[in-house]
Design a protein around this ligand. Structure first.
Ligand code: C5P
Length: 223
């Protein structure tokens, strides 16, 4: 029997700012299971490596893996949280410096293998809702439910600015954010693929509540 068949694993994948993490967090809460954000691990490894201060073009995969050894994924009440040197690092991993180079780190095969193994280990003893780019393909191909979230780049950019500033974006902000997201989509394209049996949810024009409700209903059917 596959290790995933016994416990509930729901994967939520999609491009940058498609609402994966916020949806996954709320779905996990409603199902009473833990949320795992795989992107937060790539971010924590990047933040650890940035602390050495040398330019990213010079980073070797070995040195990034050494940085990964300082990152742990710790179960909390409702999530698995990444820690850097044993300390919470949520604000450090969300900065522009990390977002700008995280895709470079995510290209490294051994780093991907380390993240995948770390994420996979969480499901050994816990039911989880996990979000990322390749959770339904590379990490949990036998997950009970796989969701692929999609939204137009402008819609994702609008939400991102709204989240950051608390107001609607200006035309310039919208254009800049859309271009940034499209550039990150291109850099991440290789690993950002829907599983063949994923359920697609187009989120443009539906509310967050509705989105969460649809995933919860599907998960409950399959539990
Ligand atoms: O999800 P988030 O945007 O925080 O992820 C940060 C970066 O981590 C992505 O831009 C991508 O390069 C990488 N990532 C990945 N595979 C995942 C999750 C994230 O390559 N499963």
């Amino acid at each position: 029997m596959s290790p995933f068949e016994g416990t509930l694993v729901v994967t939520i994948d999609g491009p940058a700012a498609s609402g994966k993490s916020s949806t996954a967090r709320q779905v996990a809460t409603r199902l009473g299971v833990r949320h795992v954000d795989s992107g937060s691990l790539y971010r924590a490894v990047t933040a650890a490596r940035l602390q050495l201060g040398d330019p990213p073009e010079l980073w070797t995969e070995r040195s990034v893996l050494d940085a990964a050894a300082r990152v742990t994924l710790v179960p909390g009440e409702t999530t698995f949280e990444p820690r850097l040197d044993g300390t919470t690092c949520e604000s450090a991993i969300r900065g522009e410096d990390v977002t700008g180079v995280v895709s470079l780190v995510a290209k490294m095969a051994h780093v991907r293998a380390w993240v995948n193994a770390t994420v996979r280990a969480t499901s050994a003893a816990h039911e989880i809702v996990v979000d990322g780019r390749d959770m339904g393909t590379a990490v949990f191909p036998e997950a009970r439910l796989k969701v692929w979230l999609v939204a137009a780049p402008e819609e994702r950019a609008r939400r991102r600015v709204l989240q950051r500033t608390g107001r609607a974006p200006t035309a310039v902000e919208l254009a800049t954010e859309t271009a940034d997201l499209e550039a990150r989509d291109r850099r991440d394209r290789e690993q950002t693929q829907p599983a063949p049996d994923a359920v697609w949810i187009e989120t443009t024009g539906i509310s967050q509540d509705e989105q969460v409700g649809r995933v919860v209903a599907l998960a409950e059917q399959r539990r």
